[in-house]
Each structure stands twice: as structure tokens, then as C-alpha cells.
Design a protein. Structure first.
Length: 317
């Protein structure tokens, strides 16, 4: 069975093998709608938007898990992954608000409301999970982990329906479980970083996956130019500014799409050199499976794949 549709401003494509031949599109669309009502920044009355407006601090099961995963990755990354940068994302023009004139003073004022120490998880008097914000001005942005989380949610649903061979793709973030009907592993293309946001997608590398997820993150489509300067959508929490380095994109393979999503953002913040040092410093925590795409200082296009990632490469175009 193959299902296709739109969700979260992008597409989804799902292939699964079901002995009962069930069409599960309605249930999957319901999962996507429920997620948007919980964690989307583009739904005005979503629970996350209401938390950001300080109308409530109660968490549902989706937001509780997203907060727990995000705090875990913040600690793992030494702060490079940080979901409290919501105000900065909006101020730089990558959210749903108008772009501000970003002076040093504005950036410093917004950075006061960011950092993992600005939020804690707790329970209220009725033992319901809540988030406590140190500053009412702190705003949460789960975009760096949300799409991967949705991919995992759909995979969990299919498993609950006793479906164990499937490929879920939401906007290029993929989970592959089991195998194809002929027993082959799933084939997934890794996009070559485009010259600009309007360029036609091209496949750089094809990988074979079984019981793994792969996510790609890059700045080559999400950016804007002002006064001859290109501003990338990835915000470095340490500076409050869009990143400035030669790393165009990174693809990560992991057991879970949410974690691959977070690792991609973490590496995009760090840049190539810091990312490679981080990988060397964490050889068993876990073994990182990633490929990096850069333009070096001489303007040459290059790739760097970890040994663990090389194992999955099926074909280079």
C-alpha cells in the first residue's frame, strides 16, 4: 500500500506491506492533525503556541516527550541543540513573525531568554506534567526535532497495527523498517546540496536501510539575502546569530528519526571541524553515522562520511 499527502507544509509518502490490505490514510492523517494541534508553531491555538504565550504550562504526552528528548540532546550537544531559541528564530525572519533589525543589542536582549536553564519539567498539584519557564519571554521552537518525531509516531502506529515492513517519508525525513516485499533492503536517496533554493533536487548518494532512520538538514534552501549577505536559517544558540561556516548539509542515520533530526541540527550548528572533533570525542556514545557536504575555502565541493555511514552507501550518482 502506498499513501501520499501533505502535512506540516511539506509532503508525506508511506509504503507499507499489510496482509490485510488496509488503507490507513485516515488514521495517519489524524495522527498528523493531532501532532499539529499539540506542537505546531503554525497553528495559532496549538498547545505549544499557548505555552509560548504563557496561557498554560500543562503538557500533553507529545510535548512532554519532545521536551524530554530536547533536553537530552541539549545536554549531549553541550548546548548546540537548543529549542529555547524561538524568539531568535522569529526575530531573524525564519518564523511566523516579521524580521527585525538585528543589532548586537537586540541579539543580546533575546539571548537572555534562551538556554536549557530557562526551562524545567515538573508536575502540578494534580500530578500533571508541566513546563516551568524561568522567563515568561522564553519561546520554544521544536522545528529541529518535530518532523523526525512525527516520522517515528507514524512508524509506532504501523507497528501497533502489526505492520513491520514499511518506509515512512515526511519531507525527506525517513524511517525504514523491515524490507521490501522481495526481501531487499529499502533504498533512500540523499540529496546533493543545491546551488540555491530554487534548484531542482539531485541525488548525491543512495543508501540501503533496514530498521534505521535517515534525516538530512541543510541551509541551502532555507535562507535569505540582505545587502549581499546570505543568512542561514540555522541559529547558533551560543551567538544568537545564523551560522557562518562552509557546511552545506549533513545526513545522519540513527535508530530513531527524532534523534537523527536533532543530531543533524546539532552538526549544522557546530560546522564540520567541531562536528568531526565531537565525533572523535564520542566514539561509543553512540557510534555516529553521518555524511557532511561542504564547499571548502577554495570553493571546492567535498564530502566527509564517517566509517559507520560508509557501510550504508549503496550507490553514488
Amino acid at each position: 500500500m502506498r499513501l501520499e499527502g501533505e502535512a506540516q507544509g511539506t509532503y508525506y509518502s508511506i509504503i507499507y506491506y499489510d496482509e490485510k490490505g488496509r488503507n490507513l490514510q485516515q488514521q495517519i492523517d489524524s495522527i498528523l492533525t493531532a501532532f499539529d494541534q499539540s506542537a505546531s508553531l503554525w497553528v495559532d491555538n496549538s498547545l505549544l503556541r499557548r505555552i509560548n504565550r504563557n496561557e498554560t504550562n500543562l503538557l500533553d504526552s507529545i510535548l512532554l516527550q519532545l521536551f524530554e528528548q530536547s533536553l537530552e540532546m541539549n545536554a549531549y550537544s553541550g548546548g548546540a541543540f537548543d529549542v529555547t531559541v524561538g524568539k531568535l528564530v522569529n526575530a531573524w525572519g525564519f518564523g511566523f513573525e516579521h524580521r527585525q533589525d538585528m543589532t548586537d543589542a537586540v541579539i543580546d536582549s533575546l539571548r537572555r531568554f534562551t538556554g536549557a536553564g530557562c526551562i524545567t519539567l515538573d508536575v502540578d498539584s494534580l500530578n500533571r506534567p508541566i513546563v516551568v519557564k524561568q522567563h515568561p519571554e522564553t519561546e520554544i521552537d521544536f522545528n529541529a526535532i518535530a518532523q523526525g518525531y512525527v516520522v517515528d509516531l507514524i512508524g509506532q502506529f504501523l507497528e501497533q497495527m502489526d505492520i513491520h515492513n514499511y518506509l515512512v517519508d515526511v519531507g525527506g525525513e525517513v524511517i525504514a523498517r523491515g524490507h521490501k516485499s522481495n526481501g531487499d533492503q529499502w533504498s533512500v536517496g540523499i540529496e546533493r546540496p543545491a546551488a540555491d533554493k530554487l534548484a531542482k533536487p539531485e541525488v548525491e548518494t543512495t543508501i540501503s536501510l533496514e530498521d534505521k532512520s535517515v534525516v538530512t538538514s541543510g541551509n541551502y534552501r532555507k535562507y535569505y539575502e540582505k545587502d549581499g549577505v546570505k543568512y542561514a536559517h540555522t541559529i547558533d544558540p551560543a551567538t544568537g546569530r545564523p551560522v557562518e561556516h562552509t557546511l552545506l548539509s549533513v545526513s545522519v542515520i540513527d535508530d530513531y528519526a527524532w534523534r537523527a533530526d536533532a543530531l543533524c541540527t546539532m552538526f549544522m550548528v557546530m560546522g564540520l571541524e567541531r562536528s568531526l572533533r565531537f565525533i572523535d570525542d564520542h566514539p561509543d556514545d553512540p557510534q555516529v553515522q553521518a555524511v557532511f557536504f561542504i564547499y571548502d575555502q577554495e570553493g571546492e565541493y567535498r564530502t566527509f562520511a564517517t566509517d559507520a555511514f560508509e557501510h550504508y552507501i549503496k550507490d553514488k550518482q
